[in-house]
Design a protein around this ligand. Structure first.
Ligand SMILES: Cc1ncc(COP(=O)(O)O)c(C=O)c1O
Length: 479
């Protein structure tokens, strides 16, 4: 249920003549309301636009106040679009007298179709344990390895060559703690070199953690639309420093960036002097569709390539990689040396050990088979409920397109009533209320649920879709 206005007992008196910015006053008032219990943990707060109208302030004021409270951890997105009270200030007793903690939000994998988590079910536990033991066989390094564990960098170079067609030696690979962390390092060094806020183009809808990194770094973020050929390269404005893109499988819509657009993007990068960040988060996962050349292979001088083990193994390894033009790579290394902050080697040692005896290649083959089969089951089940799917035969999620935000919210709510958590596209837009930009639908991720639970979960989604179609009096929705 969307909360369209604030609770009536919540007096938000803003002092328009005062010296304190309205956004700060509003953040203070909302924080206090969460502390006093007038806004309860788990409750949905109004959309920034609705609240702006209610309070008679500009939307920048409400957005800035929410951004502040999100950064502090009191507000946050949960279960699809919308902003919720996640926690109340710790010292404040809850209405029941006990301290208020963050709302637990860990549904069972069997009840969770949100994309993002890997398929740990197919991981051979014996090979996994063996790799951890082998990781301990290595002599402890006496000095920090800022570029990463050498055997890991070799393993990644092998993975890139055999699975992604990118021929770079281990010397060109830097270990990272994951995509997001590697991106944060790149943004930090580029921002420091520029000496001003970076101007960065991102896909919209797109990956919100990348946006989070950019917000934290104070970058100016420019939203660029995406369609069934991926990022609309012609819509990238001039004058950007960086373009963030997910060419292998646009996140979240699922298109692969077309060959023509790949060429156009790197040609523009070279001509205009910007860098492209290629987030290849699930590039190893592709089913019966031809591989397309990596941007990093087309233009190694203009592309920062980011990869991760979070989708093919587990995010708990904290192991990713970065391949970048030498100047960027050296700046990242220099920053690591200067700050002493570098990715932890433990997960890298495990990946290297898994790679060494062929276990990683075997795992990838098994993973592809399993995920291809799951995708087919999901497509069949969604199709049987009369709905279309959107997204290429790749990765581990697809989109069920819906006609509008009301239907989207209704499907998320109907799924929740059946105990199922699904994510909608609203949460992946920079501004979910920008109707001109907005793409509507729900996401279906099929990697994380246990094999036996997937069909039941997708069938509950089918029920939710059917209930909403019935409520709106319409039949099947397709795109
Ligand atoms: C679009 C996208 N990029 C990257 C990642 C992986 O990020 P990390 O390696 O930081 O866990 C994810 C995982 O959810 C993702 O969805």
């Amino acid at each position: 249920v969307t909360r369209r206005s604030l609770p009536p007992d919540l007096a938000l008196a803003l002092d328009r003549a005062g010296a304190i910015p309205l956004s700060v006053q509003l953040a203070d008032a909302l924080r206090a309301a969460a502390g006093s219990g007038s806004l309860r943990v788990g409750e949905r707060v109004p959309a920034t636009r609705a609240l702006a109208v209610e309070l008679g302030v500009s939307r920048t004021v409400t957005a800035a106040a929410y951004d502040q409270l999100v950064a502090e951890g009191w507000l946050g997105p949960r279960r699809g679009s919308g902003t919720y009270v996640l926690a109340a200030p710790a010292a404040t007793p809850s209405p029941g007298g006990a301290p208020v903690d963050a709302v637990p939000d860990h549904p069972e994998p069997a009840d969770d179709l949100r994309p993002g988590s890997p398929c740990v079910a197919v991981l051979d536990r014996r090979a996994w344990r063996r790799a951890w033991r082998r990781a301990g066989d290595r002599e402890p390094a006496g000095r920090p390895e800022h570029a990463g564990v050498p055997a890991y960098r070799e393993a990644v170079a092998g993975l890139l060559l055999h699975h992604r067609g990118l021929d770079v030696g281990p010397g060109s690979v830097l270990a990272t703690a994951g995509t997001t962390d590697g991106f944060a390092e790149v943004v930090a060094v580029l921002g420091a070199a520029a000496g001003r806020p970076l101007r960065v183009a991102v896909e919209d809808p797109g990956y919100r953690r990348a946006v989070g990194v950019l917000r934290t770094a104070g970058a100016e973020i420019v939203a660029v639309p995406v369609d069934d050929e991926g990022l609309d390269v012609a819509a990238v404005p001039t004058g950007v420093d960086l373009v963030w893109v997910t060419p292998a499988h646009q996140y979240p819509l699922g298109a692969r960036l077309s060959v023509a657009r790949r060429g156009a993007l790197v040609a523009r990068a070279r001509a205009e002097g910007f860098l492209v960040v290629e987030d290849d988060y699930d590039g190893e996962l592709r089913y019966d569709v031809a591989p397309l050349p990596l941007l990093a292979a087309l233009a190694p001088d203009a592309v920062v390539h980011l990869g991760t083990t979070a989708k093919i193994l587990t995010p708990s390894l904290g192991a990713g990689w970065l391949v970048a033009p030498p100047a960027v790579r050296e700046s990242v290394l220099a920053r690591r040396r200067a700050t002493g902050v570098r990715p932890s080697p433990a997960g890298q040692l495990v990946v290297a050990a898994l790679h060494a005896d062929g276990g990683l290649a075997r795992h990838l083959a098994r993973l592809r088979r399993e995920l291809a089969g799951r995708r087919a089951r999901v497509v069949a089940a969604v199709g049987a409920s009369g709905h279309a799917v959107r997204g290429d035969r790749a990765g581990a999620h697809l989109v069920v397109p819906l006609p509008d935000a009301t239907t989207e919210r209704a499907v998320v709510a109907a799924a929740a009533a059946l105990g199922l958590v699904v994510d909608d596209l609203g949460a992946h837009h920079l501004d979910p209320e920008d109707d001109a930009r907005r793409v509507h639908g729900v996401l279906v991720g099929w990697a994380a649920p246990p094999t036996a639970a997937l069909d039941a979960a997708v069938s509950r989604l089918g029920t939710a879709l059917a209930r909403v179609a019935g409520m709106s009096g319409g039949g099947a929705v397709s795109a």
